[in-house]
Design a protein around this ligand. Sequence first.
Ligand SMILES: O=C(O)CCC(=O)C(=O)O
Ligand SMILES: [Fe+2]
Length: 317
Amino acid sequence: MSIDSIPTIDLSPFFTNSDENGQKKAIEIIKKACSEYGFFQIVNHGIPLDLMSQAIQLSKTFFAFPYEEKLKYSPGSDAPLPAGYRKQPDNSPDKNEYLLMFQPQSGFNVLPTNPPDFRAAMEEMFTYFSLTGVLIETILNDCLGLPTNFLKEYNQDRSWDLMSAKHYFPATETENIGISRHEDGNVITFIYQDDVGGLEVLRDGQWIPVVPSQAQGTLVVNVGDVIQVLTNKKFKSATHRVTRPKRKSRYSFSYFYNLQVDKWVEPLPHFTTQIGEPPKYRGFLYKDYLSLRIRNKTHPPSNPEDEINITHYAIST
Ligand SMILES: O=C(O)CCC(=O)C(=O)O
Ligand SMILES: [Fe+2]
C-alpha cells in the first residue's frame, strides 16, 4: 500500500439525515481502514475549525511560558491520572510536555488561567471531541454489524475520557523520538496535529507518515486496544509513534475516548462463538490493564520490548 492510503473520510453525510448513500460509502471506507490499518482521518466532523486553530495557538502560548509558571498547574495528588501540566522525566524516551484533562466538570482538572482564553478553549474542544467520539463509535457499531446502540450501551460513561495538549521539543543531533512506538489502550483516539508532521503508523514493517492537513481541520482517528479485543482483532489497534523534526516544536491535541474502568473487556460472541472463531484474548477488567500500562511508565522494564501491552492477554494458538 502506498503512503496516501490512510483514507480521509468526509463526515458531512452524517450531519444531514437524508444522505444515506453518502453515509453508506463512508461506512464502507471506515470498515476497510479499520480492518487493514486501524487508522483513518476525518473532515467535516462538526468541530469548528476556528476553535481548533485557536486552541493550538493558545497551547503554543502556554507552553512558551517559563517552566516555573507551567509548574503552577501541576496535577493534584488525589487524581487517578496526572490531570494538569507535566513534562516527561529526562530519562523517558518520550520528549514532550503536556497538559492533561478529564471532562470539564471533573473535580480533578488543573487548567491554566493564563493565557486567559485557554481554559475555555480546552473545555470546548473536550466537549466537541466527546460528541465526535459518540458519532465514530456509532459508525464503528454499524461497520461491525453489531445490534443498534450496542457499543453505546456498553460504553456510556464519559468520566474516564481524557484530552491532552502536547508540545514536542525539537529533535537533537542524536535523537528524534517524540513518543516511542505504542498502541493506544483505550477505545478510540482522535489526534489533531499541527503542520509540522511526525506522526507515523506501522504497516507491514514500514513506518507510514500521517501527513498533516491542519487547515482542513483534519482529525486522525485510531482504533484502540479495547476495540481490537472486543472485535477479536477484526479491527486493528495500530502501532504508531511520533518523531520530531530538527529546529521545530510540534503541537497536537489528543482525545482518548475511553471506557469506564470497572468494565469487563473480552472478545464479543459476534466475533467468536457466533462465527465459529476461537477467542484471541482472555477477558480482563479494564482497570487491571490500565494499571499494568501505568506501571510501564512508573517502573519501566530495562528492555523496552518487555513493556506490557495487549498481547499480555493474548491466547496463543
Ligand atoms: O501527538 C500525536 O500526534 C500522537 C500522540 C499519541 O500517539 C498518544 O498520545 O497516544
Ligand atoms: Fe497514541
